[in-house]
Design a protein around this ligand. Structure first.
Ligand code: KG4
Ligand code: ZN
Length: 348
C-alpha cells in the first residue's frame, strides 16, 4: 500500500494542506491571504503569518474531509521548512510538529523548491518515478530558477537563478507602473493578448556576450536572469511617453515587457537543457499560469526535442499537495524522518 501523506505549506501567502496516497492526489486545500496584501502592493510578512495562524486548522480540517480520511489514517506528515518568509514558515512548521507529536507519525522537513518539482509526479503518466535527466524551470513571485534534478531525495543542482527580482515580482512591479491591480501577472497576461509584443524592444537581461560566454567558456551568468534593468527601462519609457504626449497603447507596453521576460526565460531554460543533457523539463511556480509562457516554452522545447511537463495550474502555484507528494517519495525511499528538532530556514 502506498503511504498516505499529509503536507503543509506556509512559506508565503498561501496556507496549503494537501493529502496524497503515493502519487495519487486526494486533497489540495489552499487558503490565500492575498486579498489582505493587495492594498500594500506586495506580501506583508506580519499579515501573512497572522493569516496562516487563522487559516491553518480550518484548511487542515477541510483537506481531511475532502480526502475522506482521519488523522489516525495518515502515515507521515511533511512540511515546508524553507525557503520562504521566516514568520510564515514557523506557523506551518509548528502546526506540523504539533500534529506529529499528537499522532506519533514521522515528520519530514522538505525544501519548497524541490516540492515544486515533486508535484510533477501527482496524477501524471510518469508513474512513481521522475524521468532521468530531468530539469525544472521554476518561475514565481519569489523565485526564478533552472534546476537539474537527479533525484528528489538528495540531488538537486541549481544551474541558474535570478540575480535580482523574480520574474513574477517583475510582472507585479510593471503592473503597478501601468496602473493595473496587484498581483499584476494575470492582468498583464490578459492585457498583453491585445498588444503588440514587438512594439518596444525592451532589454533582455544578462544576454550580452560578456554574461553568456560560449558553451566551451561559459560566462558568469550563462543560465542566470536579471529583470531590474528591464523594470527601469519600462518605467522610463512610460515617463518619456507621458512627458512627450505620445503614449503608445498600454497593451503594447504590457505585451513588449512580457515578451522581454519570457523570451529570456524560455531561451535560457532550453539552452541549459541542451547543454546539460536534460531531456525533460518541468515547469512550476505561479508564473506557469501565463499563457504566453506556456505557448513559447512549448514551441521552443518542441523545436529542441525536449519533453515538457506542465502540471495543472493549481499544482504550479504554492500548495500543500506538492509538499505531500515530495513527502511520499521520501517515505517510499526509506529516508529518515527529520524528527521534531529542526527549525524553519528562510534561505534553505
Ligand atoms: O507561486 P506563486 O503563487 O507564489 C509565489 O510567489 O511563491 O506565484 C505568484 C506570482 C505573482 O508574482 C503573480 O503575479 C504571478 O505569479 N502570476 C503570473 C500569472 N499568474 C500569476 N505572472 C504572469 N502571468 C500570469 N498569468
Ligand atoms: Zn513557490
Amino acid at each position: 500500500m502506498m503511504p498516505l501523506v499529509l503536507g503543509i505549506e506556509s512559506s508565503c501567502d498561501e496556507t496549503g494542506v494537501g493529502i496524497v496516497r503515493g502519487t495519487q492526489l486526494l486533497a489540495n486545500t489552499v487558503s490565500s491571504s492575498m486579498a489582505e496584501h493587495v492594498r500594500f502592493g506586495g506580501v506583508i510578512p506580519e499579515i501573512a503569518s497572522r493569516a496562516h495562524l487563522d487559516a491553518i486548522v480550518p484548511t487542515l480540517n477541510e483537506a481531511l474531509a475532502t480526502a475522506g480520511v482521519g488523522l489516525a489514517d495518515i502515515d507521515a506528515i511533511a512540511v515546508t521548512a524553507g525557503p520562504g518568509l521566516a514568520g510564515a514558515l514557523m506557523v506551518g512548521v509548528c502546526a506540523a510538529k504539533a500534529l506529529a507529536l499528537a499522532t506519533g507519525k514521522p515528520l519530514y522537513a522538505v525544501n519548497h523548491l524541490v516540492a515544486h518539482v515533486g508535484v510533477g509526479l501527482l496524477d501524471s503518466a510518469l508513474g512513481n518515478r521522475l524521468p532521468e535527466n530531468l530539469g525544472a524551470l521554476l518561475v514565481s513571485g519569489g523565485h526564478t530558477e533552472i534546476l537539474r534534478v537527479r533525484s528528489l531525495t538528495e540531488d538537486v543542482e541549481l544551474l541558474g537563478a535570478t540575480i535580482d527580482d523574480a520574474a513574477g515580482e517583475a510582472f507585479d512591479k510593471i503592473a503597478r507602473i501601468l496602473g493595473l491591480a496587484y498581483p499584476g501577472g494575470p492582468a498583464i497576461d490578459r492585457l498583453a493578448r491585445s498588444g503588440n509584443p514587438a512594439a518596444v524592444a525592451f532589454p533582455r537581461g544578462l544576454t550580452a556576450p560578456k554574461y553568456l560566454g560560449s558553451r566551451e567558456a561559459p560566462g558568469p551568468h550563462r543560465y542566470d536572469f536579471s529583470f531590474s534593468g528591464l523594470k527601469t527601462a519600462v518605467a522610463r519609457r512610460v515617463e518619456q511617453d507621458e512627458a512627450a504626449g505620445t503614449e503608445i497603447p498600454t497593451a503594447d507596453i504590457a505585451a513588449s515587457f512580457q515578451e522581454a521576460v519570457l523570451d529570456v526565460v524560455t531561451a535560457k531554460a532550453v539552452l541549459a537543457c541542451q547543454e546539460q543533457g536534460i531531456g525533460t523539463l518541468l515547469l512550476g511556480g505561479g508564473v506557469a499560469a501565463n499563457s504566453r509562457l506556456r505557448e513559447l516554452l512549448a514551441e521552443r522545447t518542441a523545436a529542441a526535442g525536449i519533453e515538457l511537463l506542465v502540471p495543472a495550474t493549481s499544482l504550479c502555484t504554492d500548495n500543500g499537495a506538492m509538499v505531500a507528494a515530495l513527502g511520499a517519495q521520501l517515505v517510499q525511499r526509506g529516508v529518515q524522518p527529520s524528527g521534531l528538532g529542526f527549525a524553519p530556514d528562510s534561505s534553505l
